[in-house]
Design a protein around this ligand. Structure first.
Ligand code: PMT
Length: 407
C-alpha cells in the first residue's frame, strides 16, 4: 500500500524569502493531513515571521538555532531529528542555503541537519530570477540533484521584487503532490507507461452549445496520481474537466471523442497499461452549425452519428504484454452489463460503478463500485472513496503485469 503523509514525520526548514507566507500554509496543510511537522527557521527567516506562528501551526517547538539558549523540540535535534524524519523539505529555499548545502557547509542548524539526514530532501526555491539563472546557483542545484536531492520549481511569474521571470516558489498543490510521490514506498510501476483517458468529451452543436455529460475528471485524476506515486510515467488524454490534472503527468487536452480517439491511437502503441475512465459521448452531431442557432417555436432535430469506440479499438489492437482496462458506468444490472463489456471489448479488467445517488460516480469523491476480471468479481460492489478504489485497482494491475511478464 502507498504511504500517506498523515502517518509521517516531516521537517520543514524555512529560509528568508517573501514566499515564507506560503510555507505557513504548507505547514498547516501537512498537519491537516495528519503529519507530525517540525519547523526549523534560519535567523533571517525569523526576521520575516515569528517562530510563534509556526509553533502554533505545527504544534511543536520551532528550532531557531543550534544551542541551548535557542528552542529545541528534542535534545541534540540536528542529529536525532534528521535521523527519524521521513522527509526534509526546504521551503522557501534561498540561493544562499542551496549554495551552502552544495558545498557541504554546516554553520547553522539547518545546514548541519542537511549533512546529517538520511531522509529524502526536497527543495522549493524562491528567489530573484537573475539569482536563480546565475550559473553559480544552477551549478549548485545540479550538484545537489546529482546527490539525489529533489527540486520543485521555481516557476515563472512576477516575483516580490517586481521582476518577471523564473523565481516564484511552487504552488502548494504542486509541492504537496511531490511530497506524496516522495513518501510513497511502493514504486512497483517504475519503468511502466500508463495511458489514461479522463473527463467528459464535448460534441459541438453550434459555436456555443454542445452535447456532454457530468464527468468531473476526479476518477481520471486519482488514477493518474496513484500511478505517478508508484513510479509510472503517466499520460492523460483529458476532455474539458472541472478537476485539474496532476502536475507530474503528461497532459493532452482534447474536446471531442474523435480528438480523444486520434490522440489515444498515437499514444497506445508505447503504453504498458491503458485505462479508459473517460465518459466519452457515444454520439456527435453530424454537421455542427456554423452560426449560433436562433430560438424558434419549432421542434429541433439533431442528426447524430456514433463516435469511435476508443476502448473497443484498443482492446482489438493490444499485444500480449499490454493491459487494457475499461470502466462501466451503469444505472442497473451492474455486474451483467460490465461482464458483457469486458468480453465484447477484449479487456483484462473492468471497473463497474453505479450512476446515481448522492455519493455516486459523477463528480463525487466516492464510487459504488467493484472490479471484475475474466476470472470473476473481486467483491460485491460497495461505496468506496475513489482514492481507495484506485489503490485496489493498481494492486490488481501489478498482479496482471507480473503474469504477463512471466509469459
Ligand atoms: O469524472 P468523474 O466525475 O470522477 O466520474 C467518473 C466516471 C463515472 C466518469 C468513471 O468512473 C466512469 O465510469 N467512466 C466511464 C463512463 C462511461 O462512459 O461508461 P460506458 O459504460 O458508457 O463506457 C464503457 C467504457 O468504454 C468506458 O471505459 C469508456 O471510457 C469507454 N468508451 C465509451 C464510449 C466510447 N465511444 N469510447 C470509449 O472508450
Amino acid at each position: 500500500m502507498s504511504s500517506k503523509p498523515e502517518q509521517k514525520t516531516i521537517l520543514l526548514a524555512v529560509s528568508s524569502s517573501i514566499a515564507i507566507y506560503k510555507s505557513c500554509e504548507l505547514c498547516r496543510r501537512l498537519k491537516e493531513r495528519g503529519a507530525n511537522v517540525y519547523v526549523a527557521m534560519t535567523e533571517n527567516a525569523q526576521k520575516l515571521v515569528s517562530p510563534i506562528l509556526f509553533e502554533s501551526l505545527s504544534g511543536n517547538a520551532v528550532i531557531t538555532g543550534m544551542f541551548s539558549n535557542s528552542r529545541q523540540p528534542v535534545p541534540i535535534s540536528h542529529i536525532s531529528l534528521s535521523h527519524v524524519i521521513d522527509l526534509f523539505i526546504i521551503a522557501p529555499a534561498t540561493a544562499n542555503l542551496i549554495a551552502k548545502s552544495a558545498c557541504g557547509i554546516a554553520d547553522d542548524w539547518i545546514t548541519t541537519s542537511l549533512l546529517a539526514t538520511t531522509a529524502p530532501v526536497l527543495w522549493a526555491p524562491a528567489m530573484n530570477p537573475q539569482m536563480y539563472t546565475n550559473p553559480a546557483t544552477q551549478k549548485n542545484i545540479q550538484i545537489l540533484s546529482e546527490r539525489g536531492h529533489h527540486f520543485i520549481g521555481p516557476f515563472i511569474g512576477t516575483t516580490a521584487c517586481g521582476e518577471v521571470g523564473q523565481g516564484r516558489m511552487a504552488e502548494l498543490e504542486i509541492i504537496l503532490e511531490k511530497i506524496d510521490i516522495l513518501l510513497t514506498k511502493n514504486k512497483n510501476l517504475t519503468g511502466k507507461k500508463v495511458l489514461i483517458t479522463s473527463g467528459p468529451t464535448q460534441e459541438p452543436i453550434d459555436p456555443v452549445r454542445y452535447i456532454s455529460n457530468r464527468s468531473s475528471g476526479k476518477m481520471g485524476r486519482e488514477l493518474a496520481l496513484e500511478a505517478i506515486k508508484r513510479g509510472a510515467e503517466v499520460t492523460v488524454v483529458s476532455g474539458p474537466s472541472v478537476e485539474k490534472l496532476p502536475y507530474h503527468s503528461n497532459s493532452v487536452y482534447v474536446q471531442t471523442a474523435q480528438e480523444m480517439y486520434e490522440q489515444v491511437l498515437k499514444l497506445f502503441p508505447e503504453c504498458d497499461v491503458f485505462i479508459a475512465s473517460a465518459a466519452v459521448a457515444d454520439y456527435s452531431v453530424i454537421k455542427p452549425l456554423e452560426h449560433k442557432k436562433k430560438r424558434t417555436d419549432e421542434a429541433l432535430l439533431l442528426e447524430l452519428t456514433p463516435n469511435p469506440d476508443i476502448l473497443g479499438e484498443m482492446g482489438k489492437r493490444k499485444n500480449e504484454k499490454q493491459i487494457v482496462i475499461g470502466f462501466a458506468a451503469e444505472t442497473n444490472n451492474l455486474i451483467e452489463n460490465a461482464k458483457e463489456k469486458l468480453r465484447n471489448k477484449n479487456l483484462d479488467l473492468i471497473v463497474v460503478n453505479k450512476v446515481g445517488g448522492e455519493k455516486c460516480a459523477f463528480g463525487s469523491e466516492f464510487a459504488y463500485a467493484t472490479i471484475i476480471t475474466p476470472d470473476g468479481i473481486e467483491n460485491e460492489p460497495s461505496l468506496t472513496p475513489k482514492r481507495e478504489l484506485v489503490q485496489k485497482l493498481y494492486d490488481k494491475i501489478e498482479e496482471l503485469l507480473k503474469k504477463k511478464e512471466a509469459i
